[in-house]
Write a protein that binds this ligand. Structure first.
Ligand SMILES: [Zn+2]
Ligand SMILES: [Zn+2]
Length: 677
C-alpha cells in the first residue's frame, strides 16, 4: 500500500498525497495557473525545489513572483548557473568555482583557461547571447544526491580542480547535491545546495544584464590564484531592470569620489590607505555637521567627552576586544624611548627594543565605561549620557575599502547612555525622536527602523535577551514608529553577540538605503568592566549601557550626503555659499565690498574678478555647484545693488539692494536647528 503524506497549506486546508509526490504535483492539483506561476516551495519553512519529493507530513507554501524576496534570490542564483554554463560552452577549459546571488543580481568566479587571460567587458555581450540561448532551450534543472567521492572524481575527470578541492571540505553530515542542467552528453553539472527553479525557461531573457568583470582571489585569499569574476544584475521583469540601470547610471553621476574631486573636498592616497585627507572645502562640511550635532546633543542633555586614542592591550583584553576583535585592531608597541647622550649626533630615531603593547581604539565604548567609573554614581545621576566625536581605527582589508564610505580611520558620532532598567524605554524613545528630527534636518524624510534579534553565537542569558529585545520593541512602539511607514521589521539572528540592536536605514534621493543610526542595549560590557551605581536601596547595581549613533561616522555620512544631494548641498552645508562675479572690471572694488558685507554676516563667499564673459563665469560656478551667484556691474555698483542667481533655479536673476541681499542670504544660511518657525 502506498504511504500517504498530509500536506498542510497556508489557508489551513490539508491535502493527502501519495509518497513520491512533489510540491509541483500539489500546485498542479490546485490549478494550472498556480502550477505555471510556482517557482519553488517552502516545505516546513525551508526553501526547496518544486520537484523535490516530500519526505513525510509537511507544511507547504508555494513561492511565486509575488514573494519578491524569495523569487529574486531564486532567479539570481539560476542566472549565476546559466552564466557559468554559458562561459564553459563558449570558452572550453575555463574552470568554475563559486557563483552566488547578490543584492542586485549575481556573480560567478572563473579560472580562465591557461593562456587565455582574464575575461573583459568585451566578452560580456557574447556571453549574454549564449545565456539567452540556454534560457530559450528551457533545460530542466535537476537535483541529484551524490557521494563525495563521486563528485570529486567527476570534477577531477573534467579538469575542475577548484570544485574537486572544495567538495572535500564539505561537512559529511549533509547530503551533497549536484544540479544537472540539460540531458545526456550535453548535460552541465554544478555542485550546489540549491534550490533552483524547475528549468532554465523560467528565467526571463529580458530582465538580466551582465554588468562588469573584476579580479577576485580563490576563497578571498591573496595567496591563492586570481580568478575572473563576472557580475550581472537580474530582476523580476524588464521594467525593474530598466529602473535599476537608470539608478546605476544616476549613482555613477553622483559618485562621491568623482564629486569630491570636482569640488575639491578631499583626497585619498595609498600612503594612508583608508584614511581621508580632508581639503579646506570638504572640512567645512564636516565642521558644519559637527557643530550642528553638538548643538543637538547639548540641548538633548548629553555631556561631551574626549578619550585616548591608545590604550594598553590589557585594557582591551578586559573589555573582550582583544579576544573577539584583535585582527581588526592596529597594535602599537609602547617602547621606552631611547634618550640620546649629550653631544651624540643621532639623526635617526633609535628605539630601545623594550616594549609593551598598546592598541588604537577600534571603538569608544570601554573608554566611556572608564569615565563612568570615576567617582561614585548614584541612581539620581542616571541617565548619564556621554557623547564623543570619537576617532577610531579598524584594520580592514584594502580590497574592502571604498572611497570615504568604507575607511580605516573614522570618527563616530558616538554616545553611551548609562541608565537604570526602568529608564531604558524612555531613553530609547527620546533617542528615536532626536534621530527623526536630525534626519529631517539633514534632508532625509524617509528611513526605516529594524530590530536585529539575538544571533546563534551570543553572550548572556536568554532572560537578558528576552528583556532587551522586548524593551527595544516597546520603546519603538511608544515612539509610535513600529509601523509600515517607518519600514518596521524584525531581523532574526542579526543582532550583535552582546546585544540586540535597532538599526536606522536612510533612503536617499535615488532610492538607495544606507544603515547609519544604531541603538544597542548592552548589559555585558558594564559587567566585564565592573561599572556600578549606588541604588536607592544603598546597594551596588549594574547600569544598562546604550550604545547609540545617529549619523554613524562623519566620513561615511558625508559620502552619503554628497551622493544624496549630488554635490548640491543645502546652503548651510555648502562649502562655498556664494560667489560675487563681476561683469566689468569697473565693478571690482564694489565686488570686494559686497563680499566683505556677506563675510561679515557669516557667509562663506569668494569673488570672481577674472576678465571673462559673465556667461562663462555663471556656467563655471554652476558646475562647481555654488548655490548663490551675485552678479555685479557698473550699474549695480552705482546703485549699491546686486543681481542674485540661484543654482538650479529656472527663475531669472533677482535684482535687490545690497542690504536686502545680505539679509536674505544670511537668513537662508541659518542651520535648520537655529531657524525660528
Ligand atoms: Zn546553485
Ligand atoms: Zn559603544
Amino acid at each position: 500500500m502506498t504511504r500517504m503524506f498530509k500536506i498542510a497549506l497556508p489557508d489551513g486546508s490539508v491535502r493527502e498525497v501519495p509518497e513520491g509526490s512533489t510540491p509541483a504535483d500539489v500546485a498542479a492539483a490546485i490549478g494550472p495557473g498556480l502550477a505555471k506561476a510556482a517557482l519553488a516551495a517552502r516545505v516546513d519553512g525551508e526553501l526547496r525545489d518544486l520537484n523535490r519529493p516530500f519526505e513525510g507530513d509537511a507544511s507547504l507554501a508555494l513561492v511565486t513572483a509575488r514573494d519578491e524576496k524569495d523569487a529574486l534570490e531564486l532567479f539570481r542564483h539560476d542566472y549565476a548557473h546559466v552564466l557559468a554554463e554559458a562561459v564553459q560552452n563558449l570558452f572550453p577549459g575555463t574552470q568554475i568555482t563559486f557563483g552566488p546571488a547578490t543584492d542586485d543580481g549575481f556573480y560567478y568566479d572563473f579560472a580562465p583557461a591557461p593562456g587565455r587571460g582574464p575575461f573583459t567587458d568585451e566578452d560580456l555581450p557574447g556571453i549574454e547571447e549564449e545565456m539567452r540561448r540556454i534560457i530559450a532551450a528551457d533545460e530542466p534543472l535537476v537535483r541529484e544526491v551524490w557521494t563525495r567521492d563521486r563528485v570529486r572524481e567527476y570534477f577531477e575527470k573534467s579538469g575542475e580542480a577548484f570544485k574537486a578541492e572544495w567538495v572535500m571540505e564539505l561537512p559529511t553530515s549533509e547530503p551533497i547535491t549536484m544540479y544537472r542542467s540539460g540531458e545526456g552528453d550535453r548535460a552541465w553539472m554544478d555542485l550546489c545546495r540549491g534550490p533552483h527553479l524547475a528549468s532554465t525557461g523560467k528565467l526571463d531573457p529580458q530582465s538580466f544584464k551582465l554588468t562588469r568583470v573584476s579580479g577576485a582571489y580563490w576563497r578571498g585569499d591573496p595567496k591563492n590564484p586570481m580568478l575572473s569574476r563576472i557580475y550581472g544584475t537580474a530582476w523580476l521583469n524588464r521594467k525593474q531592470l530598466d529602473a535599476y540601470l537608470v539608478r546605476l547610471e544616476e549613482a555613477a553621476k553622483r559618485d562621491h569620489r568623482k564629486i569630491g574631486q570636482e569640488m575639491d573636498l578631499f583626497h585619498l592616497q595609498a600612503e594612508a590607505h583608508g584614511s581621508v585627507f580632508w581639503h579646506p572645502k570638504g572640512f567645512v562640511i564636516w565642521r558644519e555637521l559637527e557643530a550642528y550635532l553638538r548643538r543637538r546633543l547639548d540641548s538633548a542633555g548629553y555631556l561631551e567627552i574626549k578619550t585616548p586614542q591608545l590604550m594598553d592591550a590589557r585594557q582591551w583584553e578586559k573589555s573582550g576586544h582583544w579576544g573577539k576583535y584583535r585582527e581588526n585592531m592596529f597594535i602599537v608597541p609602547d617602547e621606552i624611548p631611547h634618550v640620546p647622550e649629550e653631544g651624540a649626533d643621532d639623526d635617526a630615531p633609535i628605539l630601545s627594543g623594550d616594549s609593551d603593547l598598546m592598541a588604537l581604539k577600534p571603538m569608544n565604548c570601554p573608554a566611556h565605561v572608564l569615565v563612568f567609573k570615576q567617582g561614585i554614581t548614584s541612581y539620581r545621576d542616571l541617565p548619564l549620557r556621554l557623547a564623543e566625536f570619537g576617532c577610531c581605527h579598524r584594520n580592514e582589508p584594502h580590497g574592502a575599502l571604498h572611497g570615504i564610505l568604507r575607511v580605516r580611520q573614522f570618527t563616530q558620532d558616538d554616545a553611551h547612555i548609562f541608565c537604570r532598567e526602568d529608564q531604558l524605554i524612555e531613553e530609547v524613545r527620546t533617542f528615536c525622536d532626536l534621530l527623526d528630527s536630525v534626519y529631517r534636518d539633514l534632508g532625509f524624510d524617509t528611513y526605516a527602523i529594524k530590530l536585529a534579534l539575538r544571533p546563534d553565537q551570543r553572550f548572556g542569558s536568554d532572560e537578558m535577551w528576552d528583556w532587551s529585545e522586548q524593551s527595544l520593541r516597546d520603546a519603538v512602539r511608544v515612539a509610535g514608529r513600529d509601523t509600515a511607514e517607518y519600514g518596521w521589521e524584525e531581523l532574526p539572528g542579526e543582532g550583535a553577540f552582546y546585544a540586540p540592536k535597532l538599526e536606522f536605514h536612510l533612503t536617499d534621493a535615488i532610492g538607495r538605503t544606507w544603515q547609519v543610526g544604531t541603538m544597542q542595549t548592552d548589559t555585558v560590557l558594564p559587567g566585564r568592566l565592573d561599572a556600578a551605581y549606588i541604588g536607592e536601596d544603598g546597594g551596588k547595581h549594574r547600569p544598562v549601557m546604550l550604545h547609540r549613533a545617529i549619523i554613524g561616522t562623519f566620513e561615511r555620512f558625508i559620502g552619503i550626503l554628497i551622493e544624496h544631494y549630488a554635490g548640491k548641498f543645502p546652503l548651510w552645508l555648502a562649502p562655498v555659499q556664494a560667489v560675487v562675479a563681476t561683469i566689468v572690471s569697473d565693478a571690482d572694488a564694489y565686488a570686494g565690498e559686497v563680499a566683505a558685507a556677506l563675510r561679515h554676516a557669516g557667509i562663506r563667499v569668494e569673488t570672481d574678478l577674472r576678465n571673462e564673459k559673465i556667461n562663462y563665469k555663471v556656467r563655471e560656478h554652476s558646475l562647481a555647484k555654488v548655490p548663490l551667484l551675485l552678479v555685479v556691474g557698473k550699474r549695480e555698483a552705482d546703485e549699491s545693488s546686486v543681481a542674485l542667481r540661484r543654482l538650479g533655479s529656472e527663475e531669472r536673476q533677482q535684482m535687490m539692494s545690497l542690504d536686502e541681499a545680505v539679509a536674505t542670504i544670511a537668513a537662508e544660511a541659518v542651520p535648520p536647528d537655529l531657524r525660528h518657525p
